[in-house]
Design a protein around this ligand. Structure first.
Ligand code: WT7
Length: 636
């Protein structure tokens, strides 16, 4: 195994030592780096599985992100997909945040109310988030690629009384009409009292009596709005994410613990300096954008580039052009994006000046060693450490990552190295015993950590059963991992049926219920198969009702339903029509069998994996299924 001894010269051994002595005291010392209105009296209240961090402390996220920063420093270099540009300082952000915060109050928004935000990647998205945080409203951002039905489900679940959206956004040169989507989503939701509309594309839209233009609201309201002194445990946001069962889950994060974890990891991982220009390509609609676009960089007073559109639009040089033009020093992206850039060849990045880069990051899915090496050689020119950061929507911030801001260690392509200080990870077998080195098992977290989700919105029971029921008082991540002899973690993908398409989580149950909502489809099961660019793509196995003939029209309708129910990101690459789905005697769909068939694997690989099914049973289901399949592929 190659290792790469590269770092930034930092050798802080004290931090890890302190963390290993007393993790609570250690996290307190990190929390103290933030600005608190009042200090806490209890650092951690742990009633498994419910944790409360810094109890009694009073804090405000927007105050820490803005008021305490240098006013004239550039917070955001914003670049629209259409090459519009804007520079936003900390003072300007603070001005807009206070106006919007007052605007929200004038519309009756109170501490604890939920606000849904459905915006493209514009600075106003960050303003909206921080305006909610300023007054203690709980934001719930929805990725702007989600459909009206998805938005409706989330608004209903969170009971948001107000929505912030835009007329539209640009994506691959086209206008995505966001306001129309919101209109459909809330058409029969009377409890939504107002919609604030930011004008980004300026195409004609219909304004209803609930709608208010962003500019009008901001002009009308004063730019002085003192930050609410909130309990550390006050909820900061809900972010919906998919699992294997039921509707998306509302992951709830608190304020003090979350901000502590995000800001500490931002410093350790990115070695942030005043002169850095940081660029994370994630959309704020996902957790990476929450923690490392909206909160992390601002809490640390950093300057960042924010880009509105598709990373390969108008061509595959877009990212390299941004790095060259803004002299970006830290670049944080996904393996899916890297695989795509790699496919376009070395000549394109080689024709740009990327010499400003000093640190590279990867997030969201396993990075293949060959892609890691390409990133290291072609983008980093062998002088930038790469941090492969493992974490989840639920963990709030990084849990495994090399930390060049702290220490210089050999890097291994494809491994995220060690747990961050103050986090206690283990790899367990089915019965809860720690596995020996080099042995595959389930990755778990044995102690509470400050960025952890506090519960699932409105569903403590589900919170307990999804994350805390497999092992006692231990958080189950749902990921397979191994730890090598040097103590390096290697993430091996999901142990459950959660799909990871281009790094985004898609829930199997949600997708299946969408597919069977077509009146000619009686059963559906989906699985993910490996894909060279996206990591995984979706294959749907469908059983049509008796006598239904499979036509282009039917296939088109099915794809439309998924687009309508969830969004384009969840559309299957292929539909396999079968006359029946393979099931165990107890009626469970043999998902791994489907996966094996769709990926052209041998049956031997799955025979031990289906609970409760005999090998012969799986073999005959396999043979039968292979005979019946009629597959239809769609180019994605
Ligand atoms: C799942 C969480 C991390 C924030 C964005 C995704 C997978 C994430 C890595 C990595 C291998 C990774 C895991 C995890 N994952 N980062 N560096 N190496 N796998 O957040 O949508 O909540 O997904 O993403 O499977 O459980 P998410």
């Amino acid at each position: 195994m190659d290792s790469y001894l590269i770092g930034l010269g930092n050798n802080d051994t004290k931090t890890r030592q302190e963390a290993s002595q007393d993790f609570v005291k250690f996290w307190e010392s990190q929390a103290k780096k933030l600005d608190w209105f009042e200090s806490w009296n209890t650092p951690l209240e742990w009633n498994p599985p419910f944790a409360k961090w810094f109890v009694g402390g009073k804090i405000n996220a927007s105050y820490n992100a803005l008021d305490v920063q240098k006013p004239d420093k550039i917070a955001i270099f914003w670049e629209g997909e259409n090459e519009e540009r804007q520079i936003v300082t900390y003072a300007q952000l603070l001005d807009s945040v206070q106006r919007l915060a007052n605007g929200l109050k004038s519309l009756g928004v109170k501490k604890g109310d939920r606000i849904t935000i459905y915006l493209p990647m514009v600075p106003e998205l960050i303003v909206s988030i921080l305006a909610c945080a300023r007054i203690g409203a709980i934001h719930t951002v929805i990725f702007s690629g989600f459909s009206a039905q998805s938005i409706k489900d989330r608004i209903v679940d969170s009971q948001s009384k107000l929505v912030i959206t835009a007329d539209g956004g640009y994506r691959r040169g086209k206008i995505v009409k966001l306001k129309d989507v919101v209109d459909t989503a809330i058409s029969d939701l009377d409890f939504v009292s107002n919609v604030i509309v930011f004008q980004r594309t300026n195409h004609p839209i219909t304004m209803t009596s609930k709608d208010i233009f962003w500019n009008v609201l901001l002009e009308k309201n004063s730019n002085i709005c003192p930050p609410e002194k909130l309990e550390s445990t006050h909820p900061l946001y809900i972010l919906y994410t998919s699992g294997t069962t039921g509707k998306p889950k509302g992951v709830l994060h608190d304020t003090g613990g979350y901000l502590t974890h995000v800001s500490a990891t931002f410093r350790w991982a990115f070695d942030i300096k005043d002169s850095d220009v940081y660029f994370c390509t994630a959309d704020i609609g996902w957790v990476t954008g929450h923690s490392y676009v909206a909160y992390g960089p601002l809490l640390c007073g950093a300057t960042q580039v924010m880009y509105e559109g598709a990373p390969d639009y108008p061509n595959s040089a877009r990212m390299w052009d941004l790095i060259q033009r803004y002299k970006i020093t830290i670049f944080y992206t996904t393996p899916t994006a890297l695989r795509m850039f790699m496919k376009f060849g070395d000549e394109i990045p080689n024709s740009f000046d990327l010499s400003s880069l000093r640190l590279l990051g990867s997030v969201g899915e396993p990075i293949n060693p060959e892609v890691w090496k390409w990133y290291y050689n072609i983008i980093g020119k062998t002088k930038c450490p790469i941090i492969d950061t493992w974490w989840q929507t639920e963990t709030g911030a990084m849990m495994i990552s090399p930390l060049p801001g702290l220490e210089t260690i050999p890097l291994k392509p494809g491994s995220g190295a060690h747990a961050i200080p103050g986090v206690d990870l283990a790899i367990l077998d089915e019965s809860g015993d720690t596995v020996p080195a080099e042995t595959k098992g389930y990755l778990v977290i044995r102690k509470p950590w400050p960025g952890m989700l506090t519960t699932l919105w409105g569903d403590d029971a589900k919170y307990k059963s999804v994350y805390w029921s497999k092992y006692k008082d231990t958080y189950y991540t749902g990921d397979y991992a191994i730890c090598d002899k040097d103590g390096y973690f290697w993430l091996l993908g999901r142990a459950d049926d959660v799909l990871k398409i281009a790094g985004h989580r898609i829930g199997t149950a949600e997708l299946e219920s969408s597919l069977v909502s077509h009146n000619l489809i009686s059963e559906a099961a989906v699985c993910g198969i490996p894909d060279q660019i996206k990591g995984e793509v979706i294959i749907a196995f469908l059983v049509a009702k008796e006598g239904v003939s499979i036509s282009d029209e039917l296939r088109g309708q099915i794809m439309d339903i998924v687009r309508k129910d969830i969004g384009a990101i969840a559309t299957p690459q292929s539909l396999y029509f079968v006359s029946k789905l393979p099931k165990t005697r107890s009626g469970k769909i043999m998902r791994r069998l489907l996966k094996a068939i769709a990926s052209n694997e041998k049956i031997g690989d799955v025979s031990t994996l289906e609970d409760g099914a005999a090998v012969s049973e799986i073999q005959s289901a396999f043979d039968e299924l292979q005979k019946q399949i009629r597959s239809y592929s769609f180019s994605s």
